[in-house]
Design a protein around this ligand. Structure first.
Ligand SMILES: Cc1cc2nc3c(=O)[nH]c(=O)nc-3n(C[C@H](O)[C@H](O)[C@H](O)COP(=O)(O)O)c2cc1C
Length: 325
């Protein structure tokens, strides 16, 4: 069953006893991350912190923290899906009517690779000024340089070729309007930025927080440049990704996001830089994302993820679920 947004997925987990609500106030600095770490160790449920300190928005964490939950999100175990995609490619080489018929179970997924565009969307309903301080943003480790948005879907487009990219790159929150964008230069967003910088311009970027679970998973995969995450999310979930034009910026963004932050990325030498968990490699060179506005769904909540757990699983999942190049 494909889920249209993060809320629908969390409700499903809750109904199955696989999500716990934390109703007391919990500190976004270290405390939430530590509770989540212990929950991962015990192979516990997803968590919804209803009152992270300093924010009126809830924060969800650990919702992809087990393969059973990932399977629930995309309707198939990632390993089985990966194997099926590989077999499908082999079956169709060369294609014949009987081979096509034999592979018909894959058709709903393949037909869903094209996104749909909508004019109105929950993610654009409540327009707001930039106020990153209003979001619940966690600090994971005592030596981290500050709070990091850990599960942003960073949307950008190649300045001349027009291909879009959705990647997950941690964003260090500096103040209410600016963050450090920690994409590595060889990543999709980093490459787009490099191209824009060469042309002497800033790169328009939108950041979606919370979207349909398949797109959130697709953002993690190192896909070939030719295969857009938006198409891959459709294949993962057998549901076409819904897009909407972002306000005041020339980019299509996930229609089912909880929040969409938008603005330009440009280099700013004045911005402070620092560590995040296990990595410091990109901090010195990362550009600044200046947020001038945002939009959100009326019931917005913020997803979060702990990097270490994911980094170890990501490689396994990527091997399974990335289609052959
Ligand atoms: C929780 C999490 C945090 C991540 N943080 C970063 C990051 O800060 N910078 C980065 O370059 N990649 C980061 N990654 C890895 C990228 O998301 C991953 O390489 C992805 O495939 C990038 O997509 P792209 O190939 O479209 O650029 C992170 C992944 C996860 C799961």
């Amino acid at each position: 069953m494909p889920f249209s947004n993060l809320r629908a997925f969390l409700s499903d987990l809750e109904a199955r006893g696989d999500l716990k609500r934390v109703r007391v106030e919990v500190d976004s600095r270290l405390e939430i991350a530590e509770i989540a770490r212990r929950m991962v160790r015990e192979q516990g449920p997803a968590l919804l912190f209803e009152h992270p300190t300093g924010s009126r928005f809830p924060l969800a964490i650990n919702f992809f923290g087990s393969f059973a939950r990932i399977e629930r999100a995309i309707g198939m175990h990632p390993e089985a899906l990966g194997e099926r995609l590989v077999r499908f490619a082999e079956e169709l080489n060369p294609p014949s009517p009987s081979r096509l018929w034999g592979a018909r179970d894959m058709l709903p997924r393949l037909l869903a690779f094209r996104p749909t565009r909508t004019r109105r969307a929950a993610s654009q309903e409540v327009a707001a000024d930039a106020d990153l301080g209003a979001l619940p943003v966690i600090t994971c480790w005592p030596q981290d340089a500050g709070p990091f948005i850990t599960f942003p879907l960073v949307v950008s487009r190649h300045p001349s070729k027009g291909k879009s990219n959705v990647g997950i790159y941690r964003m260090q929150v500096f103040d209410s309007t600016s963050t450090g964008m920690h994409w590595q230069i060889h990543k999709g967003g980093g490459f787009h930025y490099h191209e824009a910088e060469k042309a002497g311009s800033a790169l328009p970027v939108a950041v979606a927080l919370g979207a349909d679970p398949a797109l959130m998973l697709a953002g993690i995969f190192p896909l070939p440049e030719a295969l857009e995450e938006i198409a891959f999310a459709g294949i993962l979930s057998a549901r076409r990704t819904r897009l909407v034009r972002a306000k005041t910026i020339d980019l299509d963004v996930p229609a089912d996001a909880e929040f969409v932050l938008r603005e330009q990325c440009r280099r700013s030498s004045a911005a402070p830089r620092g560590l995040s968990g296990t990595t410091s490699v990109t901090t010195a060179t990362s550009p600044t994302f200046r947020c001038s506005g945002s939009a959100r769904s009326p019931t917005g909540g913020v997803p979060s993820i702990r990097q270490r757990w994911w980094e170890s699983r990501r490689r396994r999942i990527a091997t399974w679920a990335t289609p052959p190049r």
